[in-house]
Write a protein that binds this ligand. Structure first.
Ligand code: HEM
Length: 275
């Protein structure tokens, strides 16, 4: 066999795991559940949308909100949306999709588990910085804390995310978690993964809306007249919504679930492979 034949290209890999081929191989449950969309174009679209969400949030902060600083000023607040959208939406959403990468399905699960844990850990660090930015700003300006629906939704998402990370680490990463605990916790982990992302969407959208009301209430061109900034931030909110809904959709598709979805996690503690 020639070298070219023998090597498995990325494209071959994705083709071999396309819904059509997986259906033929009997890996998929029913043909009516087939989405007919290959994962590769979907993940490229997700990547572009993610970069746009972060980039446009940064552009809003730079162009309309006065730029960025780390000194308790309103410019320090501007880090809050950027860090939250980057951490809790884009990195967290990407981490959730790691096991949907068909390339990973016939390879050892350990590197993908580590990638999942690492992405969510980086997301968590950014989220903490994002919260520091807004609390410091509030405290310095003597603005009351935790009064808005946005702050309640947001903090609930962060608290659930923290529990999810600790429980995931303890159950799937550490070798001494019993198999029955892993089996019991896995569907809960999967459910809360999507539930937290839904909360994140609610928090991002309510946060954008709240900021627009703060900024445009006494402005010469009020929100109701849809000035350029309002148009821009409304558009950003819609983009964030599309990004999040696409992740939730991909997570729910049976065709994109890892074939061994119920076995490996439960039977193999992550660190056992590493020893
Ligand atoms: C998942 C993402 C987000 C989470 C978890 C989150 C969380 C929070 C929390 C806990 C507070 C309360 C801070 C305090 O009371 O001192 C807050 C405040 C705030 N956030 Fe967010 N936030 C998120 C995204 C956003 C986004 C995208 C914006 C867009 C501009 C935003 C705008 C605001 C504003 C204006 C405040 C100050 C007013 C208030 O307390 O509601 N947030 N956020």
């Amino acid at each position: 066999m020639s070298k070219a034949q023998g090597s498995t290209t990325l494209w071959n890999y994705f083709s071999r795991h396309s819904p059509r081929v997986r259906r033929k191989r009997g890996v998929l449950p029913t043909s009516s559940e087939m989405p007919g969309i290959p994962f590769l174009p979907f993940s490229i679209l997700q990547g572009i949308l993610g970069v746009l969400c972060v980039g446009l949030t940064g552009f809003w902060g730079q162009h309309w909100l006065g730029g960025f600083a780390w000194d308790g000023s309103s410019e320090m607040f501007n880090w809050h949306p950027v860090l939250m959208v980057t951490g809790m939406l884009v990195l967290y959403g990407s981490a959730a999709l790691v096991y949907r990468v068909p390339f990973s399905w016939e390879r050892p699960k350990l590197p993908w588990k580590l990638l999942h844990a690492a992405l969510t850990l980086v997301a968590f660090i950014l989220v903490i910085l994002g919260l520091v930015a807004v609390f410091e700003f509030h405290n310095k300006k003597k603005i009351p804390n935790m009064y808005s629906l946005h702050s309640w939704l947001g903090l609930t998402a962060v608290l659930l995310f923290s529990c999810q990370w600790i429980m995931g680490f303890a159950s799937f990463l550490l070798p001494w978690a019993p198999i029955w605990l892993r089996a019991l916790y896995k569907p809960i982990h999967v459910f809360f993964g999507s539930a937290i992302l839904s909360l994140v969407l609610a928090a991002c959208i309510s946060g954008i809306n709240e900021k627009l009301f703060f900024r445009l209430t006494n402005s010469t061109t009020p929100y109701s007249k849809l000035p350029a900034e309002a148009w821009f931030a409304n558009f950003l909110g819609m983009l964030i919504l599309i990004y999040g809904l696409l992740v939730l959709w991909a997570l729910a598709l049976p065709a994109w679930k890892r074939p061994d979805v119920n076995s490996q996690d439960i039977q193999e503690p992550l660190l056992q492979e590493a020893r």
